[in-house]
Design a protein around this ligand. Structure first.
Ligand SMILES: Nc1ncnc2c1ncn2[C@@H]1O[C@H](COP(=O)(O)OP(=O)(O)OP(=O)(O)O)[C@@H](O)[C@H]1O
Ligand SMILES: [Mg+2]
Length: 280
């Protein structure tokens, strides 16, 4: 279970995350939805301990990420975009490395690696160096290493973006399977049909704040719309609201001098060996 309470992170005038609270229970898929720049990735980074919130707490399976990062690390699997795959290592070697990092070894580790390779359909390229891998293949490596230690909580940032139809289907069915097995899954997506089908609960984040939280059905009922996409657009301030989704503390402008001037490296507090979230 992941509990997020009153998280705040500002970058200069940009209120990237501005008092976000929600709970993701075990056995459920929670979707974090919002326009570009709404604060989704920043929220996930704070949950993983990759950046320090200015305020607020994150508790994972009862462990505070600030006070007990190593317990959080063990119970959290993080998959983000497909950067951070080592070109010289094969997928199997990646899994071995990350499994070792989480304290697995010997037969137990090898069994788990075989299992992951099978679940993710990586047989054909499991022993090929990652150099030149397609986006979907890299995505699977990242997902595999997020799952190798069988974490209770799984966090994914746009896991299906850029994948082919088969990989999208596999990823979606895996998300469902994980939650059916009792895991807590939190993920972001820009695909409303995907969110409607997969999510038990959806948190809609707009300009760093939670604009709505509930099941897809509840969000549609609340807004009086009959599709999640229409409900989302309404909650985001209508069609025009989506176009000005960038935000700052004062004038709503989407210019972030801090990002342009190289202050965009996340402060790593290292919950994972390389949780892969330093993408900007
Ligand atoms: N390191 C940083 N330095 C400056 N600004 C940042 C930094 N990281 C994020 N921001 C800003 O914070 C806001 C939220 O960014 P974030 O990446 O969390 O959005 P997002 O919801 O994940 O968007 P997307 O859907 O495009 O991935 C944006 O305005 C972004 O420019
Ligand atoms: Mg993002």
């Amino acid at each position: 279970m992941i509990e997020v309470r009153d998280l705040v992170k500002h970058y200069g005038d940009v209120r990237a995350v501005d008092g976000v609270s929600f709970v993701c229970p075990n056995g459920q898929v929670t979707g974090l939805l919002g326009p570009n720049g709404a604060g989704k990735t920043t929220t996930l980074r704070m949950i993983c301990g990759l950046i320090r919130p200015m305020r607020g707490t994150v508790v994972v399976d009862g462990h505070d990420v600030k006070k007990d990062p190593s317990s959080v690390r063990r119970s959290l699997g993080v998959q983000t975009d497909s950067a951070g795959v080592y070109p010289r290592l094969t997928p199997r070697e990646h899994l071995r490395y990350y499994g070792g990092f989480y304290g697995l070894s010997g037969n137990e580790l090898e069994r788990r690696i075989d299992e992951i390779i099978e679940i993710l359909g990586m047989d054909e390229f499991a022993d090929r160096r990652a150099q030149g891998f397609s986006r979907g293949q890299r995505q699977k490596v990242i997902l595999g290493r997020a799952l190798v230690h069988n974490p209770n909580n799984i966090i994914m940032d746009e896991p299906t973006s850029g994948l082919d139809v088969m990989a999208v289907r596999e990823t979606r069915s895996m998300i469902r399977t994980l939650s059916d097995k009792g895991h807590c899954v939190l993920f972001t997506t820009h695909y409303m049909d995907e969110a409607a089908r997969l999510c038990d609960k959806i948190a809609i984040i707009i300009r760093g704040r939670i604009a709505a939280f509930g099941s897809p059905q509840q969000l549609m009922e609340e807004t009086g719309r009959n599709s999640l996409e229409d409900a989302f657009v309404q909650l985001a301030g209508g069609e025009e609201g989506l176009l000005v989704s960038g935000h700052s503390g004062n004038d709503g402008s989407n210019d972030h001098p801090a990002a342009a001037s190289g202050q965009d490296q996340p402060e790593r507090e290292s919950v994972g060996a390389d949780a892969g979230m330093g993408r900007r």
